[in-house]
Ligand binder design. Structure first.
Ligand code: ATP
Length: 887
């Protein structure tokens, strides 16, 4: 038996369900318990132990292990233990970070978990797709990813793209009729919808015949488990850089060892010092901290309702130079209220209290008004439900519920209309046609097509009009009057919907909307208000200050779009507004010449968005583009940052996107960009800190060898500096607050290298000064106490640590150490205080003094330490203040 061969009643009886009713909640729960959740099982995950062990196969870690072997071999067990400790702590850090990343990915998955529309005891409800069971009645429509295997029993222009299963990328047309043949391939089962395929057009209903691993997709699940590469460009660059830095550190270490031996130090102690130095100088913590900074940044973005689906986009966000945004619901609130109605030259203002004619006229005009309201409510997919205390709850598309509310004010309800007119067929709304229509039949059998949609589009398709009570051929003068009315409503920033009808003969039947929706009779217009979101104006201003251009792309009328753009300051003096029709005429070259000056695209179809993205990209822009529908997916995919709506977005748009807006709000894009910029800046901050510290550590040793001085630091001190001073403060820099002017800077160049904007110079100059200040402190102390090397070494150790801990505050700003309040980042203050305390512990607590070769310092020596340690950060900053120049 094949499901596609069976008629409806047999399917219903086998699955014990009814298409008109669906299952009861109890029955669904029972079946869910019996069959398990509707999910594909995931492949085996590596165990925690394997994940932990995997941390030690890194090249850098292998170098550390080699060093351990070497020092153990040389009999320095303490060093060997210290190194092993470092390796293990590194492994733990890497493991924690990987687990964290995995957890946050899982929670992202949860956030974007698909839902399904199921019928429960006659009512449509939205449920998590994993709760769907066999026998459930499911509704699918354009943009949905099908959640289970379904035998279709009602379809309306339904097309499904099944390439995931069949490899065929052209969508197949679906129907609800039984099929013959025993072994039809999946691609030919046209009355079935399969899990994981994508609805590209139309709508359908059917009964679920298989869920989870029982579906066709479940059967091939093991073939499609793909691991996405989530490394960001910066992570990849750092991986390469890491290798260069290792080579460089090893080279410098070898130089230190050779110089030391030439100066008469014994080979054994120089090799030990060299190994420790290599361990300290290799920035093994860098990749881990980058990933943590990215992961924590992503968590922060989620709290701001921006859900990052692809990690690399965190970096790209900071480079965005233009945001192309939808209007309805993103810039505006998507809370529609009809405020004006126009029909046959009459206009009414609509308020809470009802309708007031603004053009005068007698009561005979009232039935004209009634027609506009009634057709708007009849050709409608949404509904009003009664809430508490007689309030109305709007269910469905806000444009449609606004029409229901306006009709309700005149005492017209969709339910009463549907008693008079039964709906035979529906051509659903799609944003390319910009209209929707229904075929209705009254009790006497008269059939009629009722259409509602964009007024200019409906007007084009209208051959008749009812004017002065008579249906007549539409004249140019009528068209002028209608256009004037559309213009007048649009310039008040109202969104306009027109209604029209066409009587049909009894046997007239159309499979496709294009054939039905023609030769219409124009009835009237409703104008609805959709106020801008209050926070958007400021966000747009912020984007402009941040050097980011904002462009509105909307399906709405050109006048409405332009007047909202003006309200939001999105349309500068001399900026252009372009209509989709004009855009379609332009070739790439022509568009590239003007696209820089177009700020509003109106009456565009989703297909046009791709053309706009491409043109802006050819002009060198990094483009962020929003979208919600199936047809938006190609543009979302092509954009540098594809953004999907979390609430109104279809599954397809979300899957194509790299960022999902949890609240559909433009202001969230702005926050995400700010956060993206900040994450990148924080990564720069700790790269700067870690590398300058490492340069300082190597130079102290190199200077000492060149100056023929004894070893300024013993190996264990070098290792301690590396582990404690570098680790904690660097992590705290990773979660630093944004610098005040982060949204006043121009977007970062996408091709920018890690060391650009003076970072390389800052690292070398500060590193040099840290090294020089430390060796100076060492030298002065050694001069004063020539036979007490341990005192000079303690001073050098303290100076190096303190210089780094002061320098960490310098790293917080692109400008200077004086630029920011040092107490602002609590984590950093805490990290620095703990590092200082740990320093004091190893310098003053007895058994540790022996292990770390330290002695207590006098006040004078401490003054020397602090004075020298301040030089690298304060000297340059002071000099900079004085010169007012960037160093
Ligand atoms: P944006 O692209 O900014 O979200 P939009 O919502 O206006 O703008 P579309 O949804 O493509 O874009 O709508 C285009 C036009 O189609 C609208 O201006 C309106 O006139 C008409 N329209 C919108 N929704 C419906 C609907 N449910 N039924 C009929 N016509 C509609």
């Amino acid at each position: 038996m094949n499901w596609y061969q069976l008629p409806q009643h047999e399917i219903e009886s086998i699955l014990n369900s009814r298409l008109s009713e669906g299952l009861t909640k109890n029955e669904q729960e029972k079946r869910l318990k019996q069959d398990g959740p509707n999910q594909l099982e995931e492949g085996d995950k590596p165990s925690a132990i394997l994940m932990f062990l995997a941390q030690f196969k890194d090249f850098m870690v292998l170098v550390l292990l080699a060093a351990t072997l070497l020092s153990g071999f040389l009999g320095e067990y303490l060093d060997a233990i210290a190194i092993i400790l470092i390796v293990v702590m590194n492994g733990v850090l890497g493991f924690i970070q990987e687990r964290k990343a995995e957890k946050s990915l899982a929670s992202l998955k949860e956030l974007s978990a698909p839902t399904a529309h199921a019928l429960r005891e006659g009512r449509w409800v939205s449920i998590p797709a994993k709760e769907v069971v066999k026998g459930d009645v499911i509704k699918i429509s354009s943009g949905d990813r099908v959640g289970a295997d379904i035998r279709l029993l009602k379809t309306s222009g339904l097309q499904i793209e099944e390439s995931a299963l069949t490899g065929e990328s052209v969508p197949s047309q679906k129907h609800n009729r039984e099929l013959n043949g025993d072994e039809l391939p999946l691609g030919d089962q046209d009355n079935m919808a399969f899990m994981g395929t994508m609805v590209t057009r139309g709508a359908g209903e059917g009964i679920v015949i298989a869920t989870g691993m029982g579906t066709e997709m479940g059967k091939i699940a093991h073939l499609i488990q793909t691991a996405e590469n989530m490394a960001t460009p910066l992570q990849m660059k750092l991986e390469q850089l890491g290798k260069i830095l290792i080579a460089l550190s090893l080279l410098l270490t070898v130089m230190v060892v050779i110089a030391g031996v030439m100066q008469g130090h014994d080979l054994y102690s120089m090799i030990l010092a060299g190994v420790s130095l290599a361990v300290a100088a290799i920035p093994e913590g860098l990749p881990a901290i980058v990933t943590i900074a990215l992961a924590l940044g992503v968590q922060k973005m989620i709290r701001k309702r921006a859900i990052v689906r692809k990690l690399p986009s965190v970096e790209t966000l900071g480079c965005a130079t233009v945001i192309c945004s939808d209007k309805t619901g993103t810039l505006t609130q998507n809370k529609m209220t009809v405020t004006r109605i126009w029909a046959q030259g009459n206009q009414w203002n609509v308020s809470e209290d009802g309708f007031e004619s603004s053009t005068g006229g007698d009561s005979s005009r009232e039935h004209v008004l009634t027609e506009v309201l009634a057709f708007g409510a009849l050709c409608n997919n949404s509904s009003l439900e009664e809430g508490k205390k007689g309030s109305l709850i709007e269910v469905g598309d806000p444009t449609e519920t606004a029409l229901l509310v306006s009709a309700y004010k005149a005492g017209i309800t969709k339910e009463s209309l549907r008693e008079q007119f039964s709906v035979e067929h529906e051509f659903p709304f799609d944003s390319s046609r910009k209209m929707m229509s229904v075929v209705v039949q009254d009790s006497e059998g008269n059939k009629m097509l009722v259409v509602k949609g964009a007024p200019d589009v409906l007007l084009e398709k209208s051959d008749y009009i009812v004017w002065d009570e008579k249906k007549q051929l539409i004249k140019q003068s009528h068209k002028e009057r209608i256009k004037e009315a559309i213009y007048a409503l649009g310039s008040q920033a109202l969104r306009t919907i027109a209604v029209a009808v066409r009587p049909l003969k009894e046997d007239e039947y159309y499979e496709q909307a294009a054939f039905a929706e023609r030769s219409l009779t124009f009835i009237g217009l409703q104008g609805m208000m959709d106020p801008p979101r209050p926070e958007v104006e400021q966000s747009i201003r912020d984007c402009h200050t941040a050097g980011i251009k904002t462009i509105m792309i909307t399906g709405d009328h050109v006048v409405t779009a332009a007047s909202i753009a003006k309200k939001l300051n999105m349309l500068p003096e001399g900026g252009r507004v372009m209509e989709g029709a004009e855009l379609a005429q332009l070739n790439d070259d022509e568009l590239d010449k003007i696209s820089e000056n177009v700020y509003v695209y109106a009456r565009v179809s989703p297909e046009h968005k791709l053309k706009i993205v491409k043109s802006l990209q050819r002009r060198g822009h990094v483009v962020a583009m929003t979208g919600d529908g199936v047809n938006d997916a190609p543009a979302i995919k092509s954009a540098n940052i594809g953004i999907a709506m979390g609430i109104t977005g279809t599954d397809v748009a979300k899957e194509a996107s790299s960022l999902v807006l949890g609240d559909d709000n433009f202001a969230t894009i702005r926050s995400a960009i700010e956060e993206g910029r900040n994450i990148y800046e924080n990564i720069r901050k700790f790269i700067r800190y870690l590398l300058a510290s490492n340069v300082g550590e190597i130079l102290v040793m190199l200077f000492a060898m060149i100056m023929a001085l004894p070893l300024p630091l013993v190996p264990i001190q070098i290792l301690w500096v590396n582990l404690v001073t570098d680790g904690l403060p660097a992590m705290a820099l990773g979660v630093d607050q944004a610098e005040e002017d982060v949204m006043r800077r121009r977007p970062r160049q996408a091709k920018e290298g890690v060391f650009s904007r003076g970072l390389g110079w800052k690292i070398i100059s500060r590193g040099f000064l840290i090294g020089a200040a430390t060796i100076l402190a060492f030298w002065v102390t050694l001069k004063e106490n020539p036979d007490q090397l341990i005192v000079a070494q303690s001073v050098a150790f303290a100076t190096l640590v303190m210089a780094q801990l002061i320098h960490v505050f310098d790293c917080r700003s692109e400008h200077s150490v004086f630029h920011r309040n040092p107490l602002q980042n609590g984590y950093l203050v805490l990290a620095v205080i703990s590092s200082v305390l740990l320093l004091l512990v190893v310098m003053y607590v007895q058994p540790l003094q022996d292990i770390f070769h330290t002695v207590a310092l006098s006040l004078r020596q401490w003054l020397l330490v602090l004075g020298m340690a301040s030089i690298p950060s304060f000297a340059l900053a002071g000099f900079q203040l004085f010169k007012r120049d960037k160093i």
